[in-house]
Design a protein around this ligand. Structure first.
Ligand code: BGC
Length: 374
């Protein structure tokens, strides 16, 4: 855990940090955040003119200066409101704890609200924070489809806002220049899940029938993470020329119990035909593992199982050979990035349209490197 934190912090600082500012859900990486609140034209310098090494060094130096200047300007110790879509989410609990430690460590007064997976409830919480005149907001939206309304509300109140974990479109974010999204590009995690299967001795085709037969246990499909992980995990296989067969796709809403139920029913229905279980997150994968074990199947021998997040429980199962692998969804790095972005906003930075998404990289976790993350 310690080393994982150190790694995450090192990665986070490499990123601002190698934090890549991108256009919403667009894949093309753009340059790192500009040093000051610059007009859009200046920030939009073409990427090709910079060498990656120079870029990274400049970005790190500029970001460090930015962070210090911004913290001074904001006078760390302000009031921050944080809205989480629901506290009862394994990954968001890790993320929330990381945010709390960082913000309180920097002297901010921070209040966390549980949206209880209810957008109306979260809207009230946002309005209350605004009425209390918080200095900045960090919001994990309940529904990305509500982003327009959330953005209009914070813009109206003029509160600098960092959105996390559930990414709106670049177009939606462009409505407010004191707004930024910090998260990950979910396509990358899906691709890595596919690669974990490609890296197995039989590339996922355990029964040798020339195709990989899988079930997909999806998160909440309203969430772009669920959409992209579902699509890109399978795309990694088909891009590699592998034939695939989808036996089932069901929403498990990021929830362990639902993951267990779906896997249990599918194992009863499809039996040995299932060669791979893709889960959009680890919590559902842990549930699926319970069903796999109850059905007398053995991961990595007669079935493969992959998740995303690198929750502690999943890391233990990867180490024990009970999960084929997972993908680190770097809560610590994202929390560091969110606080950095918040301080930049408090320091007066604004974001040009198309440069309002800041991505932290995912990392593949296998038995070979799992000890680095535990
Ligand atoms: C995580 C899930 C989590 C979801 C919440 C995803 O990025 O992988 O574990 O439930 O975010 O929005």
């Amino acid at each position: 855990m310690k080393l994982r934190k150190v790694l995450a912090i090192a990665m986070a600082s490499m990123m601002v940090f190698g934090l890549t500012a991108c256009g919403g859900n667009d894949a093309a990486p753009a340059e790192a955040p500009a040093e000051e609140a610059a007009p859009a034209e200046e920030e939009a310098a073409p990427v090709e003119e910079e060498t990656p090494a120079d870029d990274a060094a400049d970005a790190t130096e500029a970001a460090t200066e930015d962070a210090e200047a911004a913290a001074d300007a904001a006078g760390a110790g302000g009031n921050i409101g944080v809205c989480i879509y629901k506290f009862d989410d394994a990954f968001m609990t890790t993320y929330r704890n990381a945010l709390q430690e960082i913000l309180e460590g920097k002297g901010y007064t921070v209040t966390f609200m549980d949206g209880k997976n209810d957008q109306a409830e979260q809207n009230n919480q946002i309005n209350n924070f605004i009425a209390q005149k918080v200095d900045a907001l960090i919001i994990n939206p309940v529904m990305t489809s509500a982003a327009d309304q959330i953005i209009a509300t914070v813009k109206d109140a003029g509160v600098p806002t960092v959105l996390i974990n559930r990414e709106p479109t670049a177009d939606q974010m462009s409505a407010y220049d004191k707004l930024v999204y910090v998260g990950c590009d979910a396509r990358q995690s899906g691709t890595m899940q596919g690669e974990l299967i490609l890296d197995t001795p039989n590339k996922g085709d355990i029964n040798g029938d020339g195709k990989v037969s899988y079930i997909m246990i999806q998160g909440d499909p309203e969430n772009v993470d669920a959409q992209y992980r579902t699509e890109f995990s399978v795309k990694a296989l088909t891009d590699a020329g592998i034939e695939v067969e989808e036996l089932d796709l069901q929403r498990g809403d990021w929830d362990r119990n639902k993951g267990q139920e779906i896997a249990q029913n599918d194992l009863a229905k499809f039996g040995d035909d299932i060669e791979v279980i893709f889960c959009n997150n680890d919590d559902m994968a842990i549930g699926a593992l319970q069903a796999i074990q109850a059905a007398g199947r053995k991961v990595n021998e007669d079935i493969y199982l992959v998740g995303v997040d690198a929750l502690d429980a999943a890391l233990n199962e990867v180490a024990a050979g009970n999960m084929t692998g997972t993908v680190l969804n770097d809560a610590q790095g994202q929390a560091e990035g969110a606080v950095q972005a918040m301080e930049d906003l408090l320091g007066g930075k604004t974001y040009a349209a198309g440069e309002q998404s800041i991505y932290v990289d995912y990392v593949k976790v296998t038995p070979d490197n799992v000890s680095d993350f535990q």
